[in-house]
Ligand binder design. Sequence first.
Ligand SMILES: Nc1ncnc2c1ncn2[C@@H]1O[C@H](COP(=O)(O)OP(=O)(O)O)[C@@H](O)[C@H]1O
Ligand SMILES: [Mg+2]
Length: 343
Amino acid sequence: MGSPARPTGDRHIEVEDLVVRYGAVTAVDRISFDVRRGEHMTLLGPSGCGKTTTLRALAGLETPVSGEIRIDGRPVFSIRQSINVPAEQRQLPMVFQSYAIWPHMTVFDNVAYGLRLRRLPAVQVKERVGAALELVRLGGLAGRSAAELSGGQQQRVALARCLAVSPAVLLLDEPLSNLDARLRTAMRLEIQSLQRQIGLTSVYVTHDQEEALVISDRIIVMNAGRIEQVGTATEVYDTPRNAFVADFVGAANLIEGVVRPERRSDGLVAIETEGKHVVCGTDPGRPLGSSATVAVRSVYLELCPTPPRSSAMRSSTSSNGTAVCSRRAVHATRSSKKARRSM
Ligand SMILES: Nc1ncnc2c1ncn2[C@@H]1O[C@H](COP(=O)(O)OP(=O)(O)O)[C@@H](O)[C@H]1O
Ligand SMILES: [Mg+2]
């Protein structure tokens, strides 16, 4: 990582056509994305979709079979240029679900580990450990044995160990999933404010859509080794690109039907269900096939005492071809403006 970086705008991490295989299993299947400087990016998806593998590939703990990873415009992995910078030189520390701290060491020694490895003078080690422990609010516990800490405190130690080396990028793999629900909620806000406070670029892995929606600047929704959608919480929630995203990111009612082009109006797509109801959804902005799926968020439904003017129910449609939607449920409901979406 010695040569100067080429300008990347505000893109801090760039991943291009990355493929990672374990034997016959393709865990990550040609994914491309970038993470902006100071951004909190979340990889979200069901178990086994390739989130951890992606993070490990960034850290240099897995060797991809193809693609490129650039940090600050400089390749740390490139199949084309035969580059594979070893993990310890990438300086991308990772917080694991399992904490991975040493129980036989004190809190201080755990946090000091990476600094001593870098052969920093003792005075600097003390200073940096102290600062990192203050950041995670463990200032008074430096001398305590790590084994005597609660789960939440142990995870703070793991976080402090990463922060002590002053990383430019922090990787976090489901760091809160071993904590109880209350602590999880508190700590995710803490991590978020810490990340903002020190302007860290972070890539955060979770399978918990609520967590992702709350803490992320942007979310990458993954499924079976691929990226389904990249966007802000609002974008993936309100304008899911397809039925998978609509369903995974917050529950959605998916209504399938046949596209009825002649009933299209107001920029809305109309579909007819098997039961002959017409449902309108916002236009997904791409061509639809003969069938489409409309996604309806019940959170946006409103009961209305009188039948709506139109008997149509508005929704969003996704494609194979599906479109995405908003809605006005037949006779019983009408939609708020927010309920109209397209995939
Ligand atoms: N060390 C490994 N050896 C073989 N297969 C693996 C290994 N690690 C992960 N996999 C497989 O790769 C796929 C993606 O796994 P992973 O990245 O851990 O998913 P996630 O973190 O999204 O749950 C899964 O099918 C998983 O079984
Ligand atoms: Mg995982």
